[in-house]
Design a protein around this ligand. Structure first.
Ligand code: GLU
Length: 260
C-alpha cells in the first residue's frame, strides 16, 4: 500500500512538473538576447539627442542606459536604441518593443498605472522660454499668449490646468516644437528646464522664466508584469541606479552635461 501511495505521489509530481509552462524572466530574456532595447529621445539635448559628428545617440539618458547595459551585459555597447516621443514612450514599452524607456520621463500617478518606474535618477522642473525682450516674466503672464508644448508631455497637462486661458499649440516632438518657436509661431515654449537649457546653449536671443512650476523626477520606465520573476529586471535597475548615485556617476554626468 505504501509503495502504491509513493508511486502515486511521484506520478503527481511528474505530471505537475510537465504541465508547468516554461517561462523565462524578462531579465534573463535580455541576457540571452545579448543586448538591451532602450527607448530614448533623439531631440532633447542634453538628455537624448543625435551627436552630429558621430551620428550616434548621446546625452545624459544615453549614458544612464550605457551604464545599465555595462552592468547587466558586460558592455555599454550592447544596446539597441529606439527613438521615442512624449506620446509614444508608454506604448513603446507596453507593446514590448523596448525593454526600458530612458527618455526624460517624469514619474506621474497616471503613468504609474500603466508602467513601472525605477527610483528616480534626476529631478528637473517645468519652466518656459520666451524671447529676451518679451514682456512675459511669470507663468501667469502666459494668459492669452500662444504657448508651444509637446503633446503627451507633463508640460502640456500642467499648462492646460494651471493657465487654462493660454493658447496651446501642440507639436509631436521637440524638433518640430523648437523649429516653430524659432520661427516666431508662439510667444513661449514650455517644458522641463533641462530640455529648454539644451535649446538655450545653441540659440541666442531667448531667456528662461525664473520660476519652475513643478518637480519632474526622471526615472527608467519598465513594463508591468504579473509574472513575479520579471521583478528581477526592476530590482536590478534600482540597484544599478542606487550605485550610480553612491559612486558619483550621476554627479559626474551632471557635470559632463552642464546640468545643475
Ligand atoms: N519630463 C516631462 C515628461 O515626462 C517632459 C519631457 C518630455 O516631454 O519628454 O513628460
Amino acid at each position: 500500500m505504501k509503495k502504491i501511495l509513493t508511486l502515486l505521489v511521484l506520478a503527481l509530481v511528474l505530471f505537475t512538473a510537465c504541465g508547468k509552462k516554461e517561462t523565462i524572466s524578462k531579465y534573463d530574456e535580455i541576457v540571452n538576447r545579448g543586448y538591451l532595447i532602450v527607448g530614448v529621445k533623439t531631440d532633447s539635448k542634453p538628455f537624448g539627442f543625435i551627436d552630429d559628428e558621430t551620428n550616434t545617440n548621446a546625452g545624459f539618458d544615453i549614458d544612464v542606459a550605457k551604464y545599465i547595459a555595462q552592468d547587466i551585459l558586460g558592455s555599454e555597447r550592447r544596446i539597441k536604441f529606439i527613438s521615442v516621443t512624449p506620446n509614444t514612450k508608454i506604448e513603446t514599452l507596453t507593446s514590448g518593443e523596448a525593454d526600458l524607456i530612458i527618455a526624460t520621463m517624469s514619474i506621474t500617478p497616471q503613468r504609474a498605472l500603466l508602467i513601472d518606474f525605477s527610483t528616480p535618477y534626476y529631478v528637473a522642473g517645468q519652466s518656459a522660454l520666451v524671447k529676451e525682450d518679451s514682456n512675459i516674466h511669470t507663468f501667469s503672464d502666459l494668459k492669452d499668449k500662444r504657448t508651444i508644448v509637446v503633446l503627451g508631455s507633463t508640460a502640456e497637462k500642467n499648462i492646460r490646468r494651471i493657465i487654462p486661458l493660454a493658447k496651446i499649440i501642440g507639436y509631436k516632438n521637440y524638433k518640430e516644437a523648437f523649429t516653430a518657436f524659432s520661427n516666431g509661431e508662439a510667444d513661449a515654449i514650455s517644458t522641463d528646464d533641462t530640455i529648454l537649457s539644451g535649446f538655450l546653449t545653441d540659440h541666442k536671443g531667448y531667456r528662461m522664466l525664473k520660476n519652475k512650476i513643478t518637480k519632474e523626477a526622471y526615472a527608467v520606465g519598465i513594463r508591468k508584469s504579473d509574472d513575479e520573476s520579471d521583478d528581477k529586471l526592476k530590482r536590478n535597475v534600482n540597484i544599478i541606479i542606487t550605485r550610480m548615485q553612491k559612486d558619483g556617476t550621476l554627479k559626474n554626468l551632471k557635470k559632463k552635461w552642464n546640468l545643475k
